[in-house]
Write a protein of this length. Structure first.
Length: 376
């Protein structure tokens, strides 16, 4: 596997580096080559999961969307398969399908699929996207400058940019937007798991106490794992505390603020790379159900946060299906179907204290050499 990785990376480094993408042996390309080397001539076709489903629905082969094709090595900038990589790996390009934009019609539901599923025969079948991209689309963050912060076990920031932006540090990479823009995004190792030791039935009471006490008395980077991957890349990174909690509410508040500091650092990073963030930040994920945490995020960011009404990947797929059928484009689909969501404004009275705490947080990251502009 290591040899395959080195071989593929040498051949495709110029393509993948531009996307900030690492295509290793466990990505779809590596698995396709493993199948070829294992089964040889018995391998007649390499299909992605949505192609299998599309073929069953339509009764004939369908293209693959450029989102699912990304980790098989597809170059979304030039809109072509990486032939020099395939040559280096001995992978015949004929094994792979044509690639089209998400939301492109792939055919219509055939009679067998109609009988098996109950879908109407002749219904349009449209190409989709990966689950992460579909989840972003579901929130309504589909136009340039719109971003969503997904606060689940870890924190993920995804958005839309007009131009491809390369991150030299490799902290995020880009999918291609269905309409030709770009979808930069990155995933932190920090997030909702900072509360993993708190019994779930205690969280509502702690949120109330944290809201009542106001900004924490100390600064915390609530990283529970070894190393960070976004908004900075550092293997040595570890969680830390600057000070000690006065009580349980103070500790809870510091954890919430620490994740919000990571989110602010992420937005500042993409801003330095030339991506303008417009309007409210969309918010999704389990952590976004906490109104206290969302208000802290809005205050730290000094930006309203809009909690998405729907963030399910299936709903994002529905928005793609409506594009070019019910609505002219993806933005029109989102405007008509995604809904507004609750808008949480920053708490002005808490802004100075949180600004000061954020300054201490980032200074500590620099002191430890984890930020690109800090000591080594």
């Amino acid at each position: 596997a290591a040899g395959l990785n080195a071989e593929a990376q040498r051949a495709g480094s110029a393509r993948w580096d531009a996307l900030g993408l690492s295509v290793g042996p466990t990505a779809a390309l590596g698995r396709a080559v493993w199948c070829l080397r294992t089964y040889g001539a018995a391998l007649s076709r390499v299909l992605h999961t949505p192609e299998v489903i599309g073929r069953e629905l339509t009764g004939h082969p369908v293209p693959v969307d450029w989102s699912h094709a990304l980790k098989t090595g597809y170059d979304a900038r030039t809109e072509q398969w990486p032939h020099e990589v395939f040559d280096a790996l001995g992978l015949p390009p004929a094994l792979l399908s044509d690639v089209r934009a998400p939301a492109t019609e792939a055919g219509t539901v055939g009679p067998r699929a109609a009988e098996a599923t109950g879908l109407p025969e002749g219904c349009s079948v449209r190409l989709g996207m990966t689950d992460g991209c579909a989840g972003q689309i579901a929130t309504g963050a589909v136009e340039p400058g719109r971003f969503v912060g997904v606060l689940g076990t870890t924190y993920v920031l995804k958005g839309v940019s007009e131009q491809l932006v390369r991150d030299p540090a490799g902290a995020f990479y880009s999918h291609r937007h269905p309409e030709g823009w770009w979808l930069p995004g990155g995933a932190s190792n920090t997030g909702g798991e900072c509360l993993a030791e708190v019994p779930p039935d205690r969280l509502p009471a702690l949120d109330v106490a944290a809201e009542a006490r106001g900004p924490a008395s100390y600064v915390r980077y609530p990283l529970r794992r070894d190393g960070e991957r976004f908004p900075f890349v550092s293997g040595p990174a570890r969680g830390f505390r600057l000070g000690a909690p006065r009580d349980e509410a103070d500790a809870h508040r510091a954890a919430l603020e620490g994740v919000a500091f990571v989110e602010r650092l992420a937005l500042e990073r993409i801003g330095r790379l030339g991506v303008a963030v417009r309007g409210p930040l969309h918010a999704a994920g389990g952590g976004s159900r906490s109104s206290v945490w969302t208000a802290i995020r809005a205050t730290v960011l000094d930006r309203p946060v809009r909690v998405a009404e729907r963030a399910e990947t299936a709903f994002g797929a529905a928005l793609l299906a409506a594009t070019g059928t019910l609505h002219e484009n993806l933005a029109a689909s989102a405007a008509a179907m995604a809904g507004g969501g609750a808008l949480i404004e920053p708490v002005a009275a808490e802004r100075p204290a949180l600004d000061d705490a954020y300054g201490r947080f980032t200074e500590e990251l620099r002191t430890r050499g984890w930020l690109p502009d800090g000591p080594r």
